[in-house]
Design a binder for this molecule. Structure first.
Ligand code: AMP
Length: 216
């Protein structure tokens, strides 16, 4: 049985960090739409050039482009047992498209853990966030690396994402509230939503997420 988990939550809720640990622990692929876009940006692909403006402004990349990208990603061999989806879907149209894609793959969304963090906490978190090219994420106060400016996992230099600048952070939160938060109701109505308190310590959030997923 393939297992698809959709990790919901605002920007800065810790989706990337948690998706990494959860996918490892459940032996599932980790699909981060933001990481795929950033990889394409770095490699200056057509997709990267198309996405760049939207990303830098803190807006969503159009649905058709994003859906096609995830459709391709889901058919790769590492997704044979399923995947943890981090950052997708982000609009109702993407959620509907995902249902269709998974049907074709004989799968379905099994659980939708929702990492709940209030907006005022998000601004503080995002503006202190540093990351390495591989997508490992740190925070100057809440989750500092062992060596300043270096990733604990791979030793790579840490940098601040362009879209973690204060004005863009506010726009990303607004975009989330307008376009993505309707998915909370969408998945609640389907009986799949599992709410977790994202203001707790990182390890506690992980434990709660895994417990929520195990419960089904
Ligand atoms: P993230 O790392 O998930 O915060 O994503 C960074 C940026 O990539 C977002 O602000 C969007 O511009 C773009 N992006 C990521 N996922 C999606 C998505 N599912 N739909 C549209 N745009 C996305």
């Amino acid at each position: 049985m393939t297992t698809y988990i959709v990790l919901l939550g605002p920007p800065g809720a810790g989706k990337g960090t948690q998706a990494e640990v959860i996918s490892d622990s459940l032996k599932l692929a980790h699909i981060s739409s933001g990481d795929i876009f950033r990889e394409n940006l770095k490699n200056e692909t057509e997709l990267g050039k198309l996405a760049q403006g939207y990303m830098n402004r803190g807006e969503l990349v159009p649905d058709d482009v994003t859906i096609a990208m995830i459709r391709e990603r889901l058919t790769r061999p590492d997704c044979a047992n399923g995947a943890v989806l981090d950052g997708f879907p982000r609009t109702p149209a993407q959620a509907t498209a995902l249902e269709g894609m998974l049907k074709e793959l004989d799968g379905t969304v099994r659980s939708v853990p929702y990492i709940n963090v209030p907006s005022e906490v998000l601004v503080a978190r995002l503006s202190g966030r540093w990351t390495c090219q591989q997508g490992h994420v740190y925070h100057v106060v809440f989750n500092p690396p062992q060596v300043t400016g270096k990733c604990d996992v791979d030793g790579l230099e840490l940098y601040q994402r362009e879209d973690d600048q204060p004005a863009t952070v506010e726009r990303r939160i607004r975009v989330y509230l307008e376009q993505t938060s309707p998915l909370i109701e969408y998945y609640r109505e389907r009986g799949l939503l599992r709410e977790v308190d994202g203001t707790q310590a990182i390890d506690q959030v992980t434990a709660d997420l895994l417990a929520a997923i195990q419960k089904g």
